[in-house]
Design a protein around this ligand. Structure first.
Ligand SMILES: [Zn+2]
Length: 470
């Protein structure tokens, strides 16, 4: 029980980041239940850190930290929605441990789909380690090499109202003025470099003199079908971390809050509080209730400008500046359908353009392609060359609501003059990516020159890929 990360006996706040169906898993319908769930990923924080702020019956013991006492005072004085409390809770939660937890509910749980939906807060009790019950294992947010002991857990929903209150607690007020912050960066960006990082994404963004300007996503899950690939992912990850430690003033876009897109930020913070990362930098992120988002905001609250792009259903929205279109996918109305907060339906993508040569790079993150705005799709189709960072690491992904009966992925069409490539990084083990059928569908849409960082199928593995847009 309890492992290297301190998930000892006790109660935890758990936030569902994603569910991964096993191979025989049923695709869930709009309602009803299913049993064949493979893995549920949770962000987990000890309940004792959250309870004083949401539970009226909680009584102070006098041993509370100054940060908690301050947060409580500020909340009572200014309210949970106030700017004052937004700052106070970043101070408080920023230093609290947050774990990744994977849970395998083998058959014992038969509850509604809402229970398992991404974006839902649950209560997780770690109980005595008698095997035969539901088990999970914890890993740190920043390094999947460390896996603690198996723990035995009981998971239950919070009382009605409590989950909404906790969502509100973890929410940080959106700042929708990303347009202005794209400025210099958007004017000068000319090249993208994608390095192999296993089932993750790190796309370095460079100017025409090869100076680093920023990143689109910072995540790495080494794993891998061979020791060589695993080592390559770790080597690239460590090199990127070193680069980030010595590069102030970067613009970093996070497509969504899954660990494989954001865990390098947690790793950096662990090493030296981020060192140069985001010193005078800009962080552009999608709105979310994820505790991981709140922690990332807390790391850089005094050094960087953080823009949270709010949900805007229907159709998402775009921020356009010089050579960059930054878009947000919004496939569900969050206000009306809080249970369907699948991060792939609310993520950011980036379209980088060089209009004189009609050369483009579309970085899709893990976004559903059907949520990408039409002008961007038209642009690449009419270009002379495009690089597509294939969504979800070349794997199958959650479809937008209108596509549930049509499993085709609505993959963008490749430009007809085809020196164009689809690129992704995947380790061949994690989350079912890449998926050969999905990559065949990409090829069917014209991405014939697919260059793939790792593939089960016929393409060579490349560990470092440069795209120059001029
Ligand atoms: Zn991903």
């Amino acid at each position: 029980m309890g492992g290297a990360f301190g998930l000892g006996k006790g109660s935890y706040l758990a936030y569902t980041t994603r569910t991964i169906l096993d191979v025989s898993g049923k695709i869930p319908g709009a309602s009803g239940s299913f049993r064949h769930i493979g893995t549920i990923e949770l962000e987990v924080m000890p309940w004792e850190f959250v309870q004083p702020l949401v539970d009226d019956s909680y009584r102070l013991t006098g041993n509370e930290s100054p940060e908690l006492v301050n947060a409580l005072d500020v909340m009572r004085c200014h309210g949970m929605d106030s700017d004052e409390f937004n700052r106070a809770k970043l101070d408080y939660f920023g230093e609290k441990p947050l774990f990744m937890f994977q849970w395998h509910p083998y058959g014992r749980y038969d509850v509604s789909m809402g229970f398992f939906s991404p974006g839902v807060f649950l209560r997780l009790d770690v109980i005595d380690p008698a095997f035969g019950a539901d088990v999970g294992y914890a890993s740190s947010l920043h390094d999947d090499d460390d896996v603690s002991d198996v723990v035995n857990v009981k998971v239950s929903p919070f009382k009605p109202g409590m989950s909404e209150l906790i969502s509100k607690l973890f929410r940080v007020a959106p700042s929708p003025d990303a347009d202005a912050s794209l400025g210099y960066f958007a004017k000068n960006i000319r090249a993208v470099r994608i390095q192999y990082v296993g089932a993750g994404l790190c796309a370095g963004l460079y100017d025409d003199g090869d100076a680093l300007m920023g990143f689109f996503d910072l995540g790495c899950i080494p794993g891998g079908v061979s020791a060589g690939l695993r080592d390559a992912a770790i080597r690239n990850r460590d090199a990127i971390i070193q680069l980030l430690r010595t590069s102030p003033g970067l613009t970093v876009v996070i497509s969504h809050w899954h660990n494989d897109h954001v865990n390098l930020i947690h790793a950096l913070h662990k090493i030296d509080s981020g060192a140069e990362l985001f010193k005078n930098g800009i962080l552009i992120v999608p709105d979310s209730d994820a505790p991981s988002k709140l922690k990332v905001q807390s790391y850089f609250k005094t050094t960087a400008t953080i823009h949270t792009i709010a949900h805007s259903f229907p159709g998402g929205g775009t921020h356009v500046s010089a050579n960059v279109v930054l878009g947000k996918v919004d496939a569900y109305d969050i206000a009306k359908n809080g249970m369907n907060r699948h991060p792939h339906h609310h993520g950011l993508y980036m379209h980088i353009t060089h209009h004189p040569s009609k050369t483009y790079a579309l970085l899709a993150g893990d976004c559903t392609y059907s949520g990408i705005q039409k002008p961007v799709l038209d642009d690449i189709q009419n270009g002379s060359r495009c690089w597509l960072q294939a969504s979800h690491h070349g794997g199958d992904y959650a479809l937008a609501p209108e596509s549930q009966t049509d499993r085709r992925l609505k993959i963008p069409k490749c430009p007809t003059i085809s020196k164009s490539s689809a690129i992704y990084s995947a380790n061949g083990l994690t989350y079912g990516h890449p998926d050969s059928d999905v990559m065949i569908q990409h090829i069917g849409r014209g991405w014939g020159g697919a260059c793939i960082l790792y593939s089960r199928i016929t393409y060579p593995t490349i560990l470092d890929y440069h795209m120059k847009l001029y």
